[in-house]
Design a protein around this ligand. Structure first.
Ligand SMILES: *Cc1c(COP(=O)(O)O)cnc(C)c1O
Length: 399
């Protein structure tokens, strides 16, 4: 992934920083657009995954809409040039201020997550003599078979409206003249790699859409959410998610009515592989039981391992080709050096500030450059200033 020119460029730079592979982003967006447009599907980019301005510029240029989860995201999407008619606003706790802002912007749709929220949006829309377009976020109780920290579509999750509350929803919609019902929305979790899960989701959506039609509501939009996973273990050999198979499942199993729109909200699958966190080894601590590599990056730059026990491939790019996965999997590849197990940790004053334990790397030294791969989604956006750290910077390929 990193040629010698890139590595010499990195050596001149202050670490840590996010390195954006803009060509990877472009190839991923190409693949997604080709696979979705074949079926006439609409894709919204889930902006919370990465709102780096260069990333947003490129995604917007592909004609994707924006899926926002805060008022500031709605504002940023529109300021960035995403069309208002392609902005949707989800979130379990939209404040009055955020709802008002979105009403003023005349966005495409609110994805409402509770019955109480319906009444609030109706009231705020009435005060502005507007009609708010609404999709109901429904909790389909489909297990995403992903990490429980990133599952959102089960009865016990805080998101969405449970199906036993649908009669109450229908009642609320009839009582709210300033709401226009557009359709139904789902988002069952993230990093989903099992296509069977999406098939189950389609079956539930079909049932729920029938319910709405039986109760006199025309469903114009079926929004299936996002969640398509990526390969954190093989970023070089499997860098683009299988968009073809993903969209095909919906084509095959979703009962789409004539004139109906099918929407998707992808975040991770679009941006996950387009960035690497680059840091330096500050210190090597050799203990009796453990060896530690102390990096100049930690949970303040990339919190996913600490927050969700997430895996990222870690490479020492100063010590030659060191992708552990490829060493192990590529037959015939000679191992030229012995590997040492290191706990790769950050500098932050928290014991959980560890990227990964027992990472097999070539013997590493102070000053070596360490790459933490597949950091484009939920990486830079979650950076914090805890310990009064400097804001992590961004560097782009091709510059
Ligand atoms: C986060 C989120 C998404 C995107 O999820 P990914 O796993 O990144 O694809 C889509 N829709 C909603 C409502 C979300 O909150």
């Amino acid at each position: 992934m990193f040629n010698t020119n890139t590595i010499s460029r990195f050596q001149q730079l202050e670490t840590p920083f996010y390195y954006y592979h803009l060509d990877v982003l472009r190839n991923t967006l190409d693949a997604c657009r080709a696979a979705s447009s074949k079926h006439g599907f609409h894709v919204h980019y889930a902006m919370k995954a990465n709102f780096n301005p260069r990333v947003l510029d490129m995604i917007k240029a592909y004609g994707f809409g924006a899926d926002c989860v805060s008022g500031n995201e709605v504002k940023a999407a529109i300021a960035h040039g995403f069309g208002k008619e392609k902005v949707v606003f989800a979130g379990v706790g939209k404040s009055d201020k955020e709802i008002n802002l979105a009403l003023d912007e005349d966005i495409f749709c609110f994805n409402a997550e509770s019955v109480q929220e319906l009444f609030v949006i109706d009231e705020l829309a009435r005060a502005k003599s507007k009609v708010a377009k609404i999709a109901i976020r429904i909790n389909p109780n489909v297990d995403a078979h992903t990490h429980h920290f990133i599952t959102t579509g089960l009865d016990e999750n805080k998101f969405g409206i449970n199906t036993w509350q649908l009669p109450e929803v229908a009642d609320a919609l009839r009582k709210c003249p300033n709401l226009q019902f557009l359709g139904i929305h789902f988002h069952i979790g993230s990093q989903i790699t099992d296509m069977e899960v999406y098939k189950n989701l389609c079956n539930r959506i079909n049932e729920i859409q029938d319910w709405f039609e039986d109760h006199g509501f025309a469903v114009k939009v079926l929004n299936t959410g996002g969640g398509l996973g990526i390969d954190y273990h093989h970023p070089d050999t499997n860098g683009i998610s299988d968009f073809e198979s993903y969209f095909k499942v919906f084509k095959q199993f979703l009962n789409v009515r004539p004139g109906q729109e099918v929407h998707f909200e992808l975040g991770r699958a679009l941006v996950g592989q387009c960035a690497t966190l680059i840091s330096r080894v500050l210190y090597v601590k050799n203990g009796q039981k453990k060896n530690f590599l102390v990096l100049d990056a930690g949970m303040t730059e990339l919190i996913r391992p600490m927050l969700y026990q997430a895996y990222h491939l870690i490479e020492n790019i100063s010590r030659g080709e060191s992708e552990v996965g490829s060493r192990k999997s590529e037959v015939g590849k000679e191992l030229t050096q012995d590997l040492i197990k290191y706990d790769v940790v950050g500098p932050i004053c928290e014991s959980t500030d560890c990227f990964q334990k027992d990472v097999e790397l070539p013997e590493s030294f102070r000053g070596d450059l360490i790459a933490v791969r597949t950091a484009g989604a939920y990486g830079e956006v979650m950076a914090s200033s805890y310990n009064l750290r400097d804001r992590v910077s961004s560097v782009y390929s091709g510059e």
